[in-house]
Design a protein around this ligand. Structure first.
Ligand code: SAM
Length: 464
C-alpha cells in the first residue's frame, strides 16, 4: 500500500449514492476518462477503491459520480488480520496499533495537503464497526484507542469539535479501512430510509419539469417525498412543497429529508392537505410532480374515477398558464382515467412508458392550457405512447444515473470541524403548508451510528 513518495500515486475510496449497474458503469468510465484509472475495485453497491496520480488535483473536482472521496491510509482484508483478543479493550488497542503503525500515513497526508490543507495540529477519529467477526469491539472504543495511538505517534492533539483532520475507521467482515475524507458533495445522494417511488423514475420526472431557480414545485400527493428529494438534489435553487392527506406519509417524508446532508440543499417543506382542495392561490405554482395513487395501496381504481378529475382540476388551477408544467405518473390500468381527466384543458407533450418493477406505468409531461388545441403539444388521447422524454437520448433509461450525476452540484472540500464550518449557512426546520419559507429543509439531524471518540457525531461514516 505504501508508494514511492515521488510517483504521486495514492489509493482512494469513493462512495456513491443509489444507482445500480448503470451507475457502477458510469463510475468506471468516469474514473478512466477523468483520472486515467485502469483498475477499479467495487465493494458492495456503493464503494469503489482505486489508485490514481494526485496530479493535477483539479481533475478530482470534476468527478460527478462520487458522494465522497477519501484518501486511503490503510485497507486490510479482515480475514488476514491477527485474531482479536477476547477482551474488548485489548482488541480495540490491538486494532489501534495496527492502524497507527501500518497505514500509509505519509502518502495519505501528502494527498490530503494537496487538496488545499495546511499541516495537522488537531484531529478526531470517527469509527464504524459492523459484521460478526469483531462484534465485541465498539465503535466508541475503536475511535478512542485509535485517537490515543495517533496522538502519540504523530504528536497531534485530539479535538472533537475544532479539528483540522478527520480520520475515519471502518471495520467489518470484509476489511479494516482507515481513510481521510477529502471531497464531498454539498447535498449528498442517499439511500432513503422510507422507500416510495423508484428514485431513478422520480429523478426523471423532476428532470422532465426541469425546475428553474425560484420556481415553486409542488408534489400534492407526496407520500414519502421521494419526488421532491430527488428534484432538490439536482435543482437546489427551486422551492419545494410536498402535501399529502396522510400524516403518517408526511412523517416519512420528513424523516427521508433528514437523511440529506444539511449544507446548501434546496428549500423543502411538507404539510397536510387534500389534493382536491389545495391551500394555494391560483396560478402560483410553476411545476407539479405527482405519482398518482394506482388504486392498489391507496384507494381503488373505482375511487380514481372521481379522484383524478378532481385533483387534475386543482393542478390546473394552481399552475401558471403559459409556463406551468406537470409530470404525472400512473399505471396502465388508470391511464384512461387520467387521459379523460386531462381532456380539454391539458396538452400532453409526451407520454412515456416506464417500468416500476414489473408494472408498466405511464409518465405524462403535460401543460395546462386555456382551451383544447390552443398551444403546442397535443391532447392526451392523441399522445403517442413510448416516446422519449424531451431531454432523453437514444439510450433511454440506461443513461439516467449518469445524467443525474452530471447535473448535481460539484464536489467541494470536506468541511469538517468548526473551523471549517464557520460562515456556512444554517438550515431552518420548516413544516408549513404555505409555500416554503426560503430557505430550509425540514427536520435535519445528524445520522448514522458512527462514533467519534465517544462524542457528538456529525459526519456520516463511510457509506456502505
Ligand atoms: C402513489 S402514492 C405517492 C407515492 C410517492 N410518490 C412516494 O414516492 O412515496 C400516493 C399518495 O397520495 C396520497 N393521497 C391519496 N389521496 C390523497 C388526497 N386526496 N390528497 C392528498 N394526498 C392523497 C396518499 O396518502 C399517498 O401518500
Amino acid at each position: 500500500m505504501e508508494h514511492d513518495l515521488d510517483d504521486g500515486r495514492q489509493d482512494f475510496l469513493l462512495t456513491i449514492g443509489p444507482g445500480g449497474p448503470a451507475m457502477h458503469r458510469f463510475v468506471q468510465e468516469e474514473l478512466q476518462a477523468t483520472l486515467d484509472v485502469e483498475h477499479v475495485e467495487r465493494f458492495g453497491q456503493a464503494r469503489f477503491f482505486f489508485s490514481a496520480s494526485i496530479h493535477p488535483i483539479e481533475r478530482f473536482f470534476r468527478l460527478r459520480s462520487p458522494e465522497k472521496l477519501y484518501a486511503v491510509v490503510l485497507r486490510q482484508n479482515a480475514l488476514e488480520l491477527p485474531p482479536w483478543p477476547d477482551e474488548r479493550e485489548a482488541a480495540e488497542e490491538q486494532l489501534a496499533r495496527q492502524v497507527a503503525s501500518r497505514g500509509a500515513w505519509t502518502d495519505a497526508l501528502r494527498a490530503w495537503q494537496r487538496f488545499g490543507r495546511e499541516g495537522v495540529q488537531s484531529f478526531r477519529v470517527t469509527a464504524k464497526r459492523a459484521g460478526k467477526l469483531a462484534a465485541h469491539l465498539s465503535s466508541n472504543g475503536i475511535a478512542e484507542f485509535v485517537g490515543e495511538a495517533l496522538a502519540e505517534a504523530m504528536g497531534w492533539t485530539v479535538d472533537l469539535h475544532d479539528y483540522d483532520l478527520e480520520v475515519m475507521i471502518h471495520l467489518n467482515d470484509e476489511h479494516l479501512i482507515a481513510c481521510l475524507p477529502l471531497l464531498e458533495r454539498s447535498c449528498q445522494q442517499a439511500q432513503l430510509p422510507f422507500p416510495g417511488l423508484s428514485q431513478p423514475v422520480a429523478w426523471a420526472m423532476a428532470r422532465t419539469v426541469e425546475p428553474s431557480p425560484g420556481d415553486l414545485v409542488l408534489d400534492p400527493m407526496c407520500g414519502s417525498g421521494i419526488l421532491l428529494l430527488e428534484a432538490a438534489q439536482c435543482w437546489p435553487g427551486a422551492f419545494y412543497l410536498g402535501l399529502d392527506d396522510d400524516p403518517k406519509q408526511l412523517e416519512r417524508s420528513r424523516k427521508n429529508s433528514a437523511v440529506l446532508e444539511a449544507a446548501p440543499c434546496a428549500s423543502l417543506s411538507f404539510g397536510r392537505s387534500d389534493a382536491r382542495r389545495l391551500p394555494l392561490k391560483s396560478s402560483s405554482v410553476d411545476a407539479v410532480l405527482c405519482d398518482l395513487p394506482f388504486g392498489k395501496q391507496y384507494g381503488s381504481e373505482e375511487d380514481n374515477l372521481a379522484l383524478y378529475p378532481a385533483v387534475l382540476a386543482e393542478f390546473w388551477r394552481v399552475l401558471r398558464l403559459g409556463t406551468g408544467r406537470a409530470a404525472l405518473l400512473t399505471n396502465q390500468a388508470n391511464s384512461k382515467t387520467l387521459i379523460q381527466a386531462m381532456a380539454g384543458r391539458w396538452h400532453v407533450e409526451c407520454q412515456r412508458k416506464v417500468l416500476l418493477g414489473n408494472m408498466e406505468a405511464l409518465l405524462f409531461l403535460a401543460t395546462p392550457v386555456e382551451t383544447d388545441g390552443a398551444s403546442s403539444g397535443y391532447p392526451a388521447k392523441h399522445a403517442k405512447q413510448g416516446c422519449r422524454l424531451p431531454w432523453e437520448d437514444a439510450t433511454g433509461r440506461r443513461q439516467w444515473s449518469a445524467m443525474k450525476a452530471t447535473l448535481r452540484p460539484p464536489l467541494r472540500l470536506v468541511t469538517g470541524g468548526k473551523k471549517c464550518r464557520r460562515g456556512l449557512p444554517r438550515r431552518r426546520a420548516t413544516a408549513a403548508v404555505a409555500p416554503p419559507p426560503r430557505p430550509g429543509l425540514s427536520g435535519r439531524h445528524p445520522t448514522g451510528p458512527a462514533a467519534s471518540s465517544g462524542v457528538p457525531r456529525d459526519t456520516p461514516p463511510v457509506a456502505g
